[in-house]
Design a binder for this molecule. Structure first.
Ligand code: PLP
Length: 389
């Protein structure tokens, strides 16, 4: 097999060498971080060092970082009516944007009747006018608002600072899922205005199966932890820590802090080359969210008349890994909820192909993709076969 082009970084990013080294070193430690002896203290030191590194990535206090098994668990932990700030009571309602990841869309521990969708515009940006009106009405419910920083399918950056202002003015709390933003744009918890922020290690070059929920304020507490048992993670998340995973997460976070500006510029260059090539090959190609700010690594494109699943298989045969914007459940392919919320027609949405790259993506990979697109996908379009499959 020749060189493959891995362009599915939003699904998962390759492990950074710094993370690999930190994981390997951690695997050699025998201690449990809760043990008081020297072996335990060595493991504890690793976990606490990583906590500092992850906190530094978002400008938070290390003591406000709760390590979890990933972004999904961090989101589930955040979404609870039991959040308390100092003496203030819990949340009566959750306002959840229509384009959130399924782990947020599921609403956590908010029952269905306490959840509301925040609509988005045709470009995939949360509807601030709608939110302003709704929060005015909900002022007395102390709502929890959940809006992601960057969408995993379109890459569209949400105006979370404005969402934070509106939310706080209504006495609410803001949860931001920053899983797809970290490592691509700056994510400072204070400037974003987040009260709770979710990260996942494997999207930024750390290992899979580890993430964090980060609180902006020491007075904010998760009233009802998801996992109870020992007192780990400040009693917010019981269970012996995933020491090697956490060490790898810390090392990846540190690498992001050191290189973000250069990496973002490299990604933007590669993404712009890719989009210029796509547009040249097919002027009818639709790039979603192209007129609003996006993270520098994501392109969601659809070609009228071509089904994403068919394009994906054709590209895979040419050595290109990308993903589709649609979801397959019980054998039936449904258009993505993100594109549906943006009002994209189902026929076009079913053709959405997501190309996502990273800081080590090479010019060669972009050329492999463009050649494969020209040869296979444009071929499908000419023969009108895409929709027949
Ligand atoms: N949030 C967003 C926006 C994501 O894209 C993902 C993963 O795709 C998650 C949360 C879930 O993270 P994890 O895979 O660590 O559970």
């Amino acid at each position: 097999m020749g060189v493959r082009a891995y362009l599915d970084w939003n699904a998962t990013a390759p492990l950074r060498p710094q993370a690999r080294r930190a994981i390997e070193a951690a695997l050699d430690l025998v201690g449990n971080p809760s043990s008081v002896h020297a072996d335990g203290r060595a493991a504890r030191a690793l976990v606490e060092g990583a906590r500092e590194q992850v906190a530094a990535l978002v400008g938070a206090q290390a003591r406000n970082v709760i390590f979890t098994s990933g972004g999904t668990e961090a989101n589930a932990l955040a979404l609870t009516p039991s959040l308390v700030v100092g003496e203030a009571r819990g949340r009566d309602r959750a306002l959840i944007s229509a384009i959130e990841h399924p782990s947020v869309r599921s609403g956590g521990r908010f029952p269905q009747q306490l959840r509301e969708d925040v609509p988005v515009t045709r470009e995939g940006v949360v509807d601030l006018a709608w939110l302003t009106e709704r929060l005015d009405v909900l002022r007395r419910s102390a709502p929890l608002v959940s809006v992601m920083l960057a969408n995993n399918e379109t890459g569209v950056i949400q105006p979370v600072d404005q969402v934070a202002e509106l939310t706080h003015a209504a006495g609410g709390l803001l949860h931001i899922d920053a899983v797809q933003a970290a490592g691509r744009i700056p994510c400072d918890i204070k400037s974003l205005g987040a009260d709770l922020l979710t990260l996942s290690a494997h999207k930024l070059g750390g290992p899979k199966g580890v993430g964090a929920l980060i609180l902006a304020d020491q007075d904010l507490h998760i009233g009802d932890p998801l996992i109870r048992g020992g007192g780990q993670e400040g009693s917010s998340r019981a269970g012996t820590e995933n020491v090697s995973g956490i060490a790898g997460f810390g090392a990846a976070a540190q690498a992001v802090v050191a290189g973000l500006m250069d990496e973002a510029a490299d990604m933007a260059r590669a993404r712009d080359r890719l989009e210029a090539g796509l547009r040249a090959a097919a002027p009818s190609a639709v790039i979603f969210g192209a007129t609003v700010p996006r993270v520098p690594n994501t392109t969601l494109v659809a070609m009228p008349g071509i089904k994403a699943e068919t394009a994906l298989i054709a590209l895979d045969l040419e050595g290109v890994s990308v993903s589709s914007g649609s979801a397959c459940s019980s054998g039936k392919v449904a258009p993505s909820h993100v594109l549906a919320a943006m009002g994209v027609a189902p026929e076009l949405a079913l053709g959405a192909v997501r190309i996502s790259l990273g800081p080590t993506t090479t010019g060669e990979e972009i050329e492999i993709f463009l050649n494969a697109w020209m040869k296979r996908v444009m071929g499908l379009s000419r023969r009108g076969r895409g929709l027949a499959a």
